[in-house]
Design a protein around this ligand. Structure first.
Ligand code: DAH
Length: 340
């Protein structure tokens, strides 16, 4: 009786497989005969009526039928898959001339771009790049630069202290000392990099960037400093921006001068960006102080030098008309993409 039923199932399965015209219909046939609740699975449960001796032979028979149905199914499946693919290929058109999906390209950050521009200009007159650590010791950041213990820049208000001995460098000037300690004059170096100060508003960010320059040689004067800076500003900003030197004070230079550029946003008439002065300060400069030479192990009787340190964001603001220093850190691609 059972083998008759098995034979019927096999015949029915073969018939339905032959008649299936789509992969979906074939799948339904597979589920009905070979699935967990399929007829060829359920028939095993009917074996209860058979004697112990008959059971193994019947089980073997069921497996053979399953195998036969599976083989038939698989052949039909690949045949139908071929048919469906052929149909799809003949019906659907592929327009190879259509543009592909838009993949946005990244761009160099404006700060990196400005740093590279500055380095390129000063490389033409013999300066090459040096770097230093972001975490500095009190010695390199302050003491060796002739900054006394009670100087306001050492105040916790301005400086991020890591511990009593270490700070996040507040300027790139410590690289002057590191270079003079390890290299013999004549020296012409540039040190671009990030610096940190406790400050935050439209024109101050707690993390910003500077570029430091140091030249050490014999018979260096203020004329060399002004000549080099004027050359650089002309090359970087072009003719439209005016430059002025203002007498100033820094512990590590004597004499010292601050460097200002005319405000490009208001053409010098006065606006919020330039605090209504018509000028934007880009950094400080001066002749290397004898105490700085001594701290770095050079004889101030033998060597002279000039140095300057400019704010990269300030220069980017002036050259590219950026209205808020905070835009540099927000990583808004609409801002960044304008400077590709
Ligand atoms: N380190 C100074 C600052 O961050 C800028 C500076 C002034 C650098 C004069 C110099 C210099 O090299 O000579 O405010």
């Amino acid at each position: 009786m059972l083998s008759k039923k098995l034979q019927d199932i096999q015949n029915q399965a073969q018939k339905e497989i032959n008649e299936a015209t789509t992969l979906e219909a074939l799948y339904q046939v597979k589920v009905r005969f070979l699935g967990k609740q399929g007829e060829l699975t359920l028939i095993m449960k009917d074996m209860g009526g058979l004697s112990k001796e008959e059971r193994p032979a019947f089980g073997k028979l069921v497996n053979e039928v399953k195998q036969a149905v599976t083989t038939l199914h698989d052949e039909k499946e690949s045949q139908l898959a071929r048919v469906e693919m052929d149909k799809k290929l003949s019906e659907e058109e592929l327009d190879l001339t259509l543009p592909g999906p838009y993949l946005p390209n990244g761009s160099e950050h404006l700060i990196a771009k400005v740093m590279n521009e500055i380095v390129d200009i000063l490389a033409r007159v013999g300066f090459s790049v040096r770097t230093g650590p972001l975490i500095e010791t009190d010695f390199y950041n302050f003491t060796a630069l002739n900054i006394p213990a009670d100087h306001p820049s050492r105040d916790m208000q301005d400086t991020f202290y890591i511990d009593g001995e270490h700070v996040l460098r507040t300027h790139t000037s410590p690289i002057q000392i590191r270079t003079m300690q390890t290299e013999k004059p004549p020296i012409r170096i540039l040190a671009p990099g990030g610096v940190f100060r406790h400050d935050y508003d439209a024109s101050h960010s707690p993390h910003f960037h500077q570029i430091e320059a140091l030249l050490v040689d014999k018979n260096v004067s203020m004329a060399d400093l002004k000549g080099t800076i004027s050359y650089f500003i002309r090359e970087f900003f072009g003719k439209n921006i005016k430059t002025r030197f203002r007498p100033s004070f820094f512990p590590f230079t004597e004499p010292s001068a601050e460097v200002d550029c005319s405000c490009p946003l208001c053409q010098g008439k006065g606006c919020k960006m330039c605090k209504h002065t018509g000028w934007i300060e880009i950094g400080g400069s001066g002749l290397v102080h004898p105490n700085v030479f001594k701290a770095a192990g050079l004889d101030p009787e033998e060597w002279q030098g000039f140095a300057f340190g400019f704010g990269i964001e300030r220069m980017a603001i002036i050259k590219y008309g950026v209205s808020d220093i905070r835009l540099f850190m927000e990583n808004d691609t609409r801002f960044l993409e304008q400077f590709k």
